[in-house]
Design a protein around this ligand. Sequence first.
Ligand SMILES: [Cu+2]
Length: 220
Amino acid sequence: MRLAALTLVSGLVAAASAHFHLQFPGPRGPFNMENELTFCDNYGQVTTNRTTFPLSGGFYSLTSEHPLWVLGVIISTVPDPDNFSDFKTSSGQEQLVVQYFETSGEGAFCAPIDIAAAGISGVKDGANATLQFIFDGGDGQLYQCADITLQANYTIPSDISCTNATKNGGVTVFSTGTVPTITASSTSSSSTQTSGASMRAGAGLASVLLAVGGVAFAMF
Ligand SMILES: [Cu+2]
């Protein structure tokens, strides 16, 4: 009985460390948790199933399985981007279309994205491009890519949802062009900048575990 409950709880803890899943625009291939630590979730080749994506006024969505995390989005206009330098300018700067920010909350996350506003060379109506989402929830930098075709005055179909299930504790946007590191874990975290968010994230996990424990004991 106790073992069954513990197994259930540890299973959920394992799921809680399952990184992030890009939802829209759709990623290059089926999610692979182990590979997410590598370039484009280890899908090194451009795909033919591009998503038509608005040049401006769009949104992106993902699910987070970490309570506190950093995200940034970079873009490549190279026809077949297969390494990180394809997402950089000739002077080595990341071509950011979403500045790195930190927020908290697990579950669905959706936010606006204005690709044209980033002023990246080669970004224009009709251009093919690849977005790479860089996520850090405390267990390393994670990557997923989406191949898109940019279109001006395009509205994302209404059957594609944009919802926020997360109880965000606020968003901190970083002004640097490098990936901020995050030291949060699912159980504890400390830094002066993020202590408020960390405490909320920690409390969230604790209540999930309490709820799970309640379910487990109710079942057995
Ligand atoms: Cu993870």
